[in-house]
Design a protein around this ligand. Sequence first.
Ligand code: EPZ
Length: 421
Amino acid sequence: MDKLIIQGGNRLHGEVLISGAKNAALPILCAALLAETPLHLTSVPALKDVGSTIKLLEKMGVKVNRDGDKVSLDASIIHSKEAPYEMVKTMRASILVLGPLLSRFGQARVSLPGGCAIGSRPVDLHIKGLQAMGAEIHIEHGYIEATTAHLPNKRLQGARYYMDLVTVTGTENLMMAATLAQGTTVLENAAKEPEVVDMAECLIKMGAKISGAGTDVITIIGVERLNGAAHNVVCDRIEAGTYMVAVAMTGGEVKLLNVQPKLLDAVIEKLRDAGATVSCETDSITVKSDGQLKAVNIRTAPHPAFPTDMQAQFMALNTIAKGMSKVTETIFENRFMHVQEMQRLGADIDIEGNTALVKGVAFLDGATVMATDLRASASLVLAGLVARGETVIERIYHLDRGYENLEQKLNALGANVKRVT
Ligand code: EPZ
């Protein structure tokens, strides 16, 4: 098991290139299943989850060519409509093959994703939405068995569906399913995350008729078929936010390249409240800080509110900021796994239900800590960058799922991070 060894105390300076978004790349890779001719993607990040998704698609028969950040996928011939447990258990986002398989081939057998560290993470809304489009779905031996054989032309039927919770991959799954359905689908209370918008833009290039992506009502008019297209994956706003918090905490000045400031309004606002200087150009953001920060209250909620995927990173910031702060997590029921690890570094945090009360301390002291989920791992790296002495982070395979070349990018900015295999 790899671990990271971080010597804290270095300020960060320089430029960092932000990669394509994991949470846009994963659903867009699955959208390739809808196309009868090749889909050409660029800015696909080199992450474990991307590798897992490509492996799953190849197992179904998709021909995939990968050259750095360029990925071409040819799903003209598919011989398996199944996503097996051993693949889904390592990556929940595999559920995103359900909509495309059902919509183009009329059948799918997808393992129910288990829970994960941050919560039970059910997929009931994915299933109810597909049932609203006429799919016959039952759960058998831990698998979602879905078919449209009983429907006219064996195709999903357009429907109006209200999601009683805002779900990002639920919106994405149903949007993909609706592209080849017969008739019009209206998704209400849809997720507005930039990654949903990016996927819609890619589907439209493939021939889908979609309007309203980025608002809470998305309308999809079903078409006969979709073809491949060329699409550049949107930048990863969460990777960007993570580096912005890093330099705010360590002090210094860092320019982030290939990032769209408009995707990060809530994060930029909070960093400015904390006392960092944030200046934005069209496709770059510069963060300057003296490392002396004020604590900021955080409450996560669906986009455009403060993103849950940045909660752990701001908790790390608050542990060494001046004053008291409240961090409230409203999306997942168990997304405070990083708290007890931060307490090992000397953080002063009390949890009351879904709110953490953080009291800023003068400094953190390096220790050995354990990563539990992707963003929690990132927050421990941030804490290690400012802690006195050495911090060792174990189980960093979580990090590799969502951050491309993390230690290289941090060391290029002046950090002292070593990976030990
Ligand atoms: C996506 O997960 C992201 N993953 C997550 O990023 C992100 O934290 C999350 O959206 C929220 O923004 C990908 O896009 C691959 P949800 P997703 O469905 O779609 C409940 C990361 O760190 N819910 O929006 O799985 C659910 O339990 C990852 O990159 C149901 O109850 O999240 C949660 O409480 C972590 N039933 C809430 O809705 C459903 O059918 C929001 O979940 C679906 C969801």
